[in-house]
Ligand binder design. Structure first.
Ligand code: X2X
Length: 326
């Protein structure tokens, strides 16, 4: 796993491992390695390491696997889900729909078994300069991004100066002021990282979402009995519910908090916006018009990447999202 144990992502991995251990009466022990420990810091190598057996299981971001599997850039198409009336419903519809299956098939065709989804969350912008509310505000800003080409292109299109940096080095980069900003999910990453120590501005622009996938090396998967495979899939379903609720708490209609209360796993921060403001951050929540300005400014990136990802997949995602609007 790429980020640290206290991230939403880290908590989801631990939750999954604990559940599996409990349900298998201690027969299946999954050890969680946070903070890119197994990746020598290089997060975009994760898929290859899982495929060749250097890693057994991974709770992984589509972003980090997208250099090997172009279909996974779907959810990184800028502002595609942000302009939907309910962005969470749109994501759920993709995961459960035809487009989600196309993404999973693309991964499995390349040699990794997928047993479930989870969520890092919608990625919001934090900066030391700002506030940022329009594409014009982005001009010349140095922004740390993941080493995946669509990120570089999106930020260049907005007039910013994207800098590719592994997550394992990013915090030091923020500390030293090497960059003016970064983009990561609020509940999952920014709050656990205490991003306000480096960046005082938060722009709630939801520009892309970062779904997570639970992947297993196929040989490891085949080594389990059918009963244990069933158990793992059941635990993955529970971990998905937990991970999504952690990512969405305080930002949805209250369902995530309710769910976390029902399983007695409410995190410390349940009101992320209020909490960030209390830490001295300026939270800019974009109006629908401001969001449209960003949407328009990134049209070229969506058009070009739709060709690379596959127009059929993008169309399937649009149909899945449309069905969620009803
Ligand atoms: O590197 C990032 O920004 C992170 C932690 O969110 C991912 O691994 C995609």
């Amino acid at each position: 796993m790429v980020p640290g144990a206290t991230s939403g992502w880290g908590k989801t991995a631990t939750y999954f491992a604990d559940l599996v251990r409990k349900k298998s009466d201690g027969r299946i022990n999954i050890k969680v390695y946070p903070s890119s420990q197994l990746l020598s810091g290089k997060q975009t190598s994760e898929f290859l390491m899982l495929r060749n057996g250097a890693i057994d299981f991974a709770l992984a971001s589509t972003i980090n696997w997208s250099p090997q599997i172009k279909e996974l850039n779907l959810t990184a198409l800028p502002f595609l889900l942000a302009v939907e009336p309910d962005r969470y419903k749109a994501m759920d519809a993709i995961m459960a729909g035809k487009s989600g299956k196309m993404m999973v098939d693309a991964i499995e065709d390349k040699g990794v078994k997928i047993i479930g989804w989870a969520e890092n969350g919608f990625r919001e912008l934090t900066t030391s300069k700002g506030p940022i509310a329009s594409p014009e505000d982005m001009k010349g800003l140095k922004i740390r991004v993941v080493g995946s080409p669509i990120f570089i292109e999106t930020f260049r299109e907005l007039g910013a100066n994207p800098v590719n940096m592994n997550w394992s080095e990013a915090t030091t980069g923020f500390q030293q002021g090497v960059v003016d900003g970064q983009e990561n999910p609020t509940n999952g990453i920014n709050i656990p990282l205490k991003i306000w120590d480096y960046h005082k501005n938060h722009s709630d622009w939801h520009y892309i979402i970062d779904p997570l996938l639970m992947g297993i090396n196929p040989k490891v998967w085949e080594s389990f009995s059918p009963e244990d495979q069933k158990l793992l899939i059941e635990c993955a379903k529970e971990a998905e519910k937990y991970g999504k609720a952690l990512s969405r708490i305080g930002m949805d209609d209250g369902k995530s908090l309710e769910y976390l209360q029902s399983i007695n796993m409410v995190p410390e921060v349940t009101d992320p916006y209020g909490y960030m403001e209390k830490q001295g951050m300026m939270v800019t929540r974009l109006t629908p018009e401001q969001m449209q300005n960003f949407y328009k400014a990134t049209q070229k990136v969506r058009d070009e990447w739709t060709k690379k990802i596959g127009p059929d997949l993008v169309k399937a995602a649009q149909d899945d999202m449309a069905s969620a609007r009803k």
